[in-house]
Structure formats: structure tokens, C-alpha cells
Design a protein around this ligand. Structure first.
Ligand SMILES: Nc1nc2c(ncn2[C@@H]2O[C@H](COP(=O)(O)OP(=O)(O)OP(=O)(O)O)[C@@H](O)[C@H]2O)c(=O)[nH]1
Ligand SMILES: [Mg+2]
Length: 379
């Protein structure tokens, strides 16, 4: 059976529909030159937007990088000798941002301070207050923390002056010991590399968890998709998609339809796959060529076609067929999820997706056997 163009479109349309529904998560990263803003963004979101994204110098000291699921407002911290007070400059930046399209609106701010200079200057405090006044939740990120590791317990500790600063932030006071208000939600200590630029980062899981907590409810899914560190969040988003497709497949198969199974089920499965790909933030065009996608459609349709033979088996009525359609769609979804996960984490090269699929795709016979067994057990 030839795969129709409609099948490919089912994948592509579901993919882009899901992408636009989940929308974009926008983060503002503020900090002085070289404090490690870009490194942090790369570590959490797994991509160098400054290199790959469409960078846009919006105004002096403000750049906007974006791809479909993520927008980064890269804002220069205050520079010594700047003409206007930093808070005034920042207020201007925030006004500029608020006049941009809604899809670019900032949700959360990471205010980055180099841990080697663990203090907040008055301009820093003024800027943080300005962000708070604009209704933006601020995470204070201490960057490039030089952890030392206890060789016996393996416990990591930050330098003393960093810990002291962290304690001061819990109840900040001015030089005269009077309490001052610094509207930050959290302080998080991070590093994206070890002392010599190698090794893994620390504090990243914490920054991801806190950013999700502070995100508005209608942008949490966008953040779950944009970030690259927490895979369970993505699985949680993908599972209902699979369940929905499996039910739809069962429904389509239970009703005697005048068209071949493949015509009905392949679009359901391909749309499911397109949605899952969106959750893993995988671009259809980078994942596979149109030809490769067609090939994938052939495989799925082949399974569906084989399914229609089951109808010919004496005693295997439309109910068994619906059960098989359900189970096979669910198994296909799980297999595709695992494949997407492996592409997402870099275990599989995107160019190998089509070749790898046969290793993941559920075997039809296996699925039919399981469904049949379950029915026998139920009796
Ligand atoms: N040791 C160590 N070095 C880091 C860490 N994070 C970043 N760096 C290094 O610090 C330098 C500056 O990092 P960037 O991420 O480019 O800093 P930035 O704030 O984006 O800098 P600008 O965009 O130039 O303002 C780079 O050489 C990084 O490799 C860290 O956690 N530990
Ligand atoms: Mg940078």
C-alpha cells in the first residue's frame, strides 16, 4: 500500500500544532560580562542559542535569542561608569520588552552574580527591585561556584564567603545593621563546569525545579519542553498523548469502516508521533527527510495492513481488532517516546532515526499475542 501524503501531513501538522499550543518559554538572564550567563543557559536548555538561535540585538545591552520553544533575553548587568542609574536603564529595557509580541514576554528572571565576588551592590538591589515592581519573579544565581569536595563523605561545600553571603541574603541588613528588603524568590549556587572548565555542572537541577515552580501555570509545559535536564517531565507530557491516540485507534478500529485500516490508523499514529516529537523539542525537518518520514509511514501502515488480516481469522471479531489497535498504538507510542528520548539526550544521531526505528518499533505478532492472552485470561 502506498503511503498517502496525508499521512506525512498528519505527523507534520500534529507536530506544529503541538508546538504552537505549548508555546514558548521566555527567560531573562541578567548579569555582568563573563559571569557565565550563556554557559548556564546552554547547560539547562542544551543548546547554544547565541550560536544557533536567531540573535537579535533589541537595544543596547539587550539581546533576544529564540527558537520555537525557548526565548532568552540576555541583559547586560550594570557597567561601572554608565550614564544613567542602572535601575532606570533596566526599567527602559523592561518597557521595550513589554511592547514586544506576547510570545516574547518574560516569565522568570535569573539574576546572575559571580560567586567570586559574593555581594550585591546598591545598583544590583535597585535593579532587583525594578524587576519585582514589574511583577517578575527573580532567582538569584551565584555562578561559577568553586566547590570543594570532602574526599571521604563526597559532600560538596561552597567557599566560606559564598556561604556567608547566602546567609546574609536570608536576612539582609545594610552597613548599619538595618534590615533591607531584597525581593528575590531563591538563591541558587551553580557551576556549569569544574575548576578547569571540565566536568559536570552543579545546582542545575535546583535551578530547573525552581524555575518551573515560579513559571505561570500556562507556561509550565512550555518550560518542561524547553529544558533538557529533566526527562520524567517530558514523559509525563507524552503519556496522555499516547493514551489518547490508543483510544482513538481502538475507536476507529471497532467501528467497521469502509476503508482499509491503514488509512484510518496510520494518521492517528503519525499524529501521535508528531506530538511526542514536539514534547522532545525535536524538529521534524532535522529529524527526518520527507522521504524518511514516508518510509516510516509505510512501516506503520504495513502493521495496520497486517492487522486487517486479523479480521479474517475466524472468531477474531472487531473487538479483538480494537484491542490490537489500542495495544499496538500504545506500544508504538512508547517505542517512539524512547527513540525521541535517545535522540534528545544525544544517544542516537538524528540522521539515524529512520534506521533505528526498526529496533524500537513494536512487533505486531508480539502485540497480538499479548492482546489475545489477555482476552483468554479474562474469560
Ligand atoms: N570554572 C568555571 N568556568 C565557567 C563556568 N561557567 C562559565 N565559565 C567560563 O566563564 C567564561 C564566561 O562564560 P559565559 O557563559 O560566556 O559568560 P556570559 O555571562 O555569557 O558572558 P558575556 O556573554 O560575554 O557577557 C567562559 O570562558 C566559560 O567557560 C563555571 O561554572 N565554572
Ligand atoms: Mg553570553
Amino acid at each position: 500500500m502506498k503511503v498517502t501524503e496525508a499521512d506525512e501531513r498528519a505527523f507534520a501538522e500534529a507536530n506544529s500544532e503541538a508546538k504552537s499550543r505549548y508555546g514558548r518559554f521566555n527567560l531573562a538572564v541578567i548579569g555582568g560580562t563573563g559571569v557565565g550567563k550563556s554557559s548556564l543557559v546552554n547547560a539547562v536548555f542544551g543548546r547554544d542559542l547565541a550560536k544557533v538561535g536567531k540573535g537579535l540585538p533589541v537595544t543596547r545591552g539587550v539581546k533576544y535569542y529564540s527558537d520555537p520553544s525557548l526565548g532568552i533575553w540576555d541583559i547586560e548587568g550594570f557597567e561601572i561608569g554608565s550614564a544613567a542609574p542602572p535601575a532606570d536603564i533596566l526599567r527602559g529595557h523592561l518597557r521595550t520588552i513589554s511592547e514586544r509580541p506576547a510570545i516574547e514576554r518574560v516569565s522568570v528572571v535569573w539574576y546572575c552574580v559571580l560567586s567570586q565576588l559574593p555581594r550585591l551592590t546598591q545598583p544590583d538591589i535597585d535593579m532587583i527591585r525594578e524587576l519585582d515592581a514589574a511583577g517578575l519573579p527573580v532567582i538569584l544565581v551565584l555562578t561559577k561556584v568553586d566547590w570543594s569536595k570532602n574526599p571521604i563523605t563526597g559532600k560538596r561545600t561552597a567557599p566560606d564567603d559564598v556561604t556567608e553571603f547566602q546567609e546574609w541574603l536570608e536576612e539582609p541588613v545594610d552597613g548599619d545593621g538595618r534590615p533591607i528588603h531584597i525581593p528575590i524568590e531563591r538563591v541558587i549556587l551553580t557551576s556549569t563546569a569544574g575548576k578547569h572548565g571540565k566536568g559536570k555542572g552543579h545546582g542545575l537541577g535546583e535551578i530547573v525545579a525552581e524555575t518551573l515552580t515560579l513559571s505561570p501555570d500556562n507556561e509550565k509545559d512550555a518550560f518542561r519542553i524547553a529544558q533538557r535536564l529533566n526527562l520524567p517531565w517530558k514523559r509525563e507530557l507524552a503519556r496522555p498523548v499516547i493514551a489518547g491516540a490508543a483510544s482513538a485507534a481502538a475507536g476507529a478500529a471497532a467501528v467497521p469502516v469502509p476503508v482499509a485500516d491503514a488509512m484510518v490508523l496510520a494518521p492517528i499514529q503519525l499524529a501521535m508521533m508528531g506530538r511526542i516529537a514536539a514534547i522532545y523539542d525535536l524538529e521534524l525537518t532535522t529529524m527526518m527527510s520527507a522521504g524518511a518520514l514516508a518510509q516510516l509511514g509505510v512501516q506503520i501502515s504495513g502493521q495496520a495492513l497486517a492487522r486487517s488480516f486479523i479480521k479474517l481469522i475466524p472468531g477474531a471479531g472487531s473487538v479483538i481488532n480494537a484491542g490490537v489497535a489500542f495495544a499496538l498504538t500504545a506500544a508504538t507510542g512508547e517505542a517512539w517516546l524512547r527513540l525521541c528520548e535517545n535522540v534528545h539526550t544525544g544517544k542516537i544521531d538524528v540522521s539515524k532515526v529512520t534506521d533505528s526505528w526498526s529496533d524500537y518499533a513494536p512487533g505486531l505478532l508480539e502485540v497480538v499475542r499479548k492482546v489475545a492472552e489477555r482476552r483468554v485470561l479474562k474469560r
